[in-house]
Design a protein around this ligand. Structure first.
Ligand SMILES: [Zn+2]
Ligand SMILES: [Zn+2]
Length: 125
């Protein structure tokens, strides 16, 4: 396009393509968006540093849960194996030392079972 005689190059398609937060490759078609709910801490107010460190997303991925699990593993997050990777994940602070963030879909009613997300992604080929 041209504005007041100055040629303005339009944004190229490269900037529009979404990249997968898991593998870093361009996503063809509709990305799978995953958002993290705000941390709910009934027993203590959330420290400012905690809430600032957590980016709620949405993060965009290929439509394959393994890409989401790869992303979680890289960020040191745990995955509740009683849940599934869904569009909205609930963060749970796992009482390890140092404490880690686990993600669960929050749908099951029994206890969480947090595991390292790299393990199921590798064995589920
Ligand atoms: Zn991917
Ligand atoms: Zn769970």
């Amino acid at each position: 396009m041209e504005l007041y005689g100055v040629r303005i190059p339009t944004i190229v398609a490269d900037n529009i393509a979404a990249r997968c937060s898991g593998c870093g490759e361009v996503i063809e078609g509709r990305p799978w968006r995953v958002s993290i709910l705000d941390i709910v801490a009934p027993e203590a107010p959330v420290a400012w540093t905690d809430s600032a460190a957590l980016n709620p997303g949405p993060f965009e991925f290929h439509a394959d849960p393994s890409h989401v699990l790869t992303w979680m593993a890289r960020r040191g997050m745990l995955f509740c194996r009683r849940s599934q990777v869904r569009e909205i994940m609930r963060p749970v602070w796992v009482p390890t030392e140092p404490r880690r963030l686990g993600l669960c879909d929050g749908i099951h009613r029994d206890d969480h079972e947090f595991i390292d997300p790299a393990a199921p992604a590798a064995s589920r080929s």
